[in-house]
Design a protein around this ligand. Sequence first.
Ligand SMILES: [Zn+2]
Length: 238
Amino acid sequence: MTGCPDRTHRRPLRGRLRLAADGWIHGICQIPSPNCDERPADESPSLHLFPPPACGRGRGGCGDGGSVTPSQESAHHLKTPVSLIVLHNISLPPSHFGGSDILKLFINTLNPAAHPLYPALARLRVSAHFVIHRNGLLIQCVSCRRRAWHAGVSQWQGRPRCNDFSIGIELEGADRVPYTARQYRSLNRLLDCLCRHYPIDAIVGHSVVAPGRKTDPGPAFNPSRLKTPLRVTIKIGA
Ligand SMILES: [Zn+2]
């Protein structure tokens, strides 16, 4: 397994991604992780209704601005308090790209004997909502309606436990290795989708919400390549 077992998912993403009411993006590879739980009740419901995203910001805009109607959007927002996206990197073994160990970690099938670091990792129960491989392959592991276990001890603007109100995206990579054009392309497709469905107001690096503890996605990540609505704050590094 070097990615999605379904060959149709290995082709470049086409068209706009759409998030279904169940929190999954259908038509992309899905490898469900058990490492998730319900988002806390005190974070919902959120009646956060917002206008269609303003496009532009000199970073390429966010596409054509919205084919989803306000009524469709509000149906999502009544149930979804998600307002933050946390970007990460991961490579297993460290700085080794192209294998399947990231997904194995997320579905608790990592072989402890496969690498000296793995016995400790194999005991962890972690996940992210999405993984983007070096070749741009986008895989969803957790429904956006559920809480993935990606940020750990963290806070954003005084609000603790970022997992409660965020979506976690893992880029296959390392802090000082440039991310690929295909990864940025898939990431922007995904961000466009998520920003249309949720009242996202910030996209942050893991290092920002867990300073001193985490360094990802690192200086290799280029925030100027993100295409997001004007309302979204971007803070990737310190
Ligand atoms: Zn991280």
